[in-house]
Design a binder for this molecule. Structure first.
Ligand code: HEM
Ligand SMILES: [Cu+2]
Length: 565
């Protein structure tokens, strides 16, 4: 019996989420390849875009990957995790399908307006506003409505998780919350709290503005509402990765999770600390007092703690697994891990890259040193390690393990799958390393121009190597990444098209109990109401005064110069 036999409807809905996620990944990844080649002036004359369409491509890339791929994958993945760990079917399947439908319609609206940048004949106006969609850039109303429907849809799917939990709790009044469900619920508490900001931005300001109902917008207020959401969203991407690393990866390594209570502490810390940090994206914004930026910085640095705890717990679990498999020595045990299992190697390599991303993130978070890299290519260098690898490669690796369970079909093209995580890893090492260094040397992000050399500002002394060498690395790395993506899609497509029952599944969904179980930790960890309440208080402390300062002179008659004037 595999998951699809026990819970056919959950399996079907999860497959639908994955299908949309992977189509977005394919298209967004193709845009990524175009960007990597275009902005480095590699084979530019062969590419089907021009400089102004670069921003359409960039918007499509950011929206399809950072917002659409992630949200669909996560909502589907969490449906599986809650169902598996509570061992019960959906409470209200109609509601869950409604959430999926809302996300789907929203994505279609946003995607059509973005693609308008290539084909003006499509309905709606274009939306070259990048995935951060700040004013003064203005998109067609369809784009903003689409973004709102995507978020509202995820809220509705989230309600389903809580309903399943409620029904389970009624039958199990005294049990500890199963770990995967605990992780899903805490992640969604954080998601509800933080998406409020962007929802208000879009519904109260951007939609009326794009429809022409209001003519003035306070850029500072809307940027603040965006970044109120814009940092926690990175944990919305990351925590599902953690869920896989804590609960699936140790099993793949042949062992068990080291400590369940430690995992719960980590997720609680993310609920508390994820939201009151958004000002660290606004260090150079005028109109926010230094002190509030400083508080955001210290909060951000505290977020290192749960990530370091994760590194410790996951590595300890892997070592335990490796020793079960006969691994020996201080580091020799690493060789005993199943590096030829794509689900394992994908997650393990993703975790390794996340460590590097954590270091560049500390640079981003430092109020003073941030000025050095602000808006340079360093920034995409950083988040291709985090969301672009820690999340994306973990999602792909999870799919290798999960998709057979969701379909009853054996994973196809196993050799391609085996090599795929390594191709991604190599491509990302090249691209991201060169982006970080290019950023230090002053290469800006979000530009169609190759800059420097013959196309730009003339001679320039790079920190290390040369700009041309970095550009080449970005082009080669980006191409390898796209190859890695194509390999993933071949495996998934081949598996999708294959026949059920052809060969035994190589995976099973059982997850062994942790070495130290939930009962070793205090019960207060499971008090979700308490953590949610403290999180709200922290948000009020971090955001209350600065937000009040922005709106006390009127929401639509801002203190700073409005746009358009
Ligand atoms: C085939 C793999 C990929 C390639 C070749 C690629 C390439 C690039 C390049 C070159 C840029 C910088 C563009 C510029 O600033 O001018 C960029 C930006 C970006 N990438 Fe990727 N990327 C890939 C995968 C991903 C993945 C998997 C994600 C997230 C899940 C992602 C998220 C982003 C985001 C959010 C931006 C910033 C967009 C903006 O600044 O508006 N990328 N990518
Ligand atoms: Cu942030």
């Amino acid at each position: 019996m595999t998951f699809v036999d026990d819970y056919p409807e959950v399996a079907r809905l999860t497959r639908w989420h994955f299908a949309v996620a992977f189509v977005a990944l394919a298209l967004g990844g193709f845009f990524g390849l175009l960007q990597a080649l275009y902005r480095t002036n590699t084979l530019r004359s062969l590419l089907p875009i021009n400089a102004s369409q670069y921003y359409t491509v960039l918007t499509g890339h950011g929206v399809l990957l950072a917002l659409v791929f992630t949200t669909f994958f996560i909502c589907g993945f969490f449906l599986w995790a809650v169902t598996r760990s509570l061992d019960r079917p959906m409470s209200n399947p109609k509601l869950a399908w409604l959430g999926f439908g809302s996300m789907f319609v929203g994505t279609a609206l946003a995607a059509i307006s973005i693609l308008n940048g290539f084909a003006p004949g499509l309905p709606f106006d274009s939306a070259d506003v990048l995935y951060t969609f700040y004013v003064p850039l203005k998109a067609s109303p369809a784009f903003y409505v689409g973004a709102a429907l995507l978020i509202v849809g995820s809220w509705i799917v989230g309600v389903e998780y809580f309903m399943m939990y409620r029904d389970w709790r009624r039958e199990n009044p005294d049990s500890r919350i199963p770990l995967q469900t605990f992780m899903v619920l805490t992640t969604f508490i954080m998601w509800y709290l933080s998406t409020l900001g962007v929802a208000i931005e879009v519904v109260v300001f951007l939609i009326p503005w794009s429809l022409g109902w209001i003519s003035e917008i306070d850029p500072l207020l809307t940027r603040t509402l965006f970044w109120y959401f814009g940092h926690p969203v990175v944990y919305f991407w990351l925590l599902p990765g953690y869920l896989a690393w804590y609960t699936v990866l140790p099993k793949l390594a042949g062992g068990r999770l080291f400590s369940d209570p430690l995992a719960r502490v980590v997720f609680v810390l993310f609920v508390l600390l994820s939201t009151p940090v958004g000002f660290h994206h606004q260090y150079v914004d005028p109109g926010i007092a230094e002190g509030f930026k400083f508080i955001a910085m210290t909060n951000t640095m505290m977020l290192l703690l749960p990530s370091l705890l994760t590194a410790f717990t996951v590595v300890a679990s892997l070592e335990h697994g490796a020793r079960q498999r006969g691994g020996k020595g201080y580091l020799g045990w690493l060789r005993a891990l199943p590096w030829d299992k794509p689900a394992f190697s994908g997650m393990a390599l993703a975790g390794l890259m996340f460590a590097a991303g954590g270091f560049s993130g500390m640079i981003n978070a430092g109020m003073n040193i941030n000025y050095l890299i602000h808006n340079t290519l360093w920034v995409p260098g950083h988040f291709h390690l985090t969301v672009g690898t820690a999340f994306a490669l973990t999602a792909m690796a999870s799919a290798y393990w999960l998709y057979p369970q969701l379909t009853g079909k054996r994973l196809q093209h196993r050799r391609i799958a085996m090599a795929q995580p390594y191709v991604w890893f190599l491509g990302m090492t090249l691209m991201s390393n060169a982006m970080h260094r290019g950023g230090l040397a002053g290469l800006p992000r979000r530009t169609a121009k190759p800059l420097f050399g013959d196309a730009g500002a003339g001679a320039f002394d790079p920190v290390l190597g040369s700009i041309a060498e970095m550009q080449l690395q970005i082009a080669i790395g980006g191409t390898l990444l796209f190859l890695g993506l194509a390999m993933f899609l071949v495996v998934m497509l081949g598996t999708w098209l294959s026949r059920r029952g052809a060969g035994q599944l190589r995976v099973n969904g059982s997850i062994p109990a942790p070495l130290s179980g939930a009962d070793d930790g205090p019960r207060v960890l499971d008090n979700l109401r308490l953590w949610a309440a403290i999180a709200v208080v922290l948000v009020v402390i971090a955001y209350g005064l600065p937000l009040w300062g922005m709106i006390e002179n009127g929401i639509l008659t801002p203190g700073s110069v409005p746009f358009p004037t």
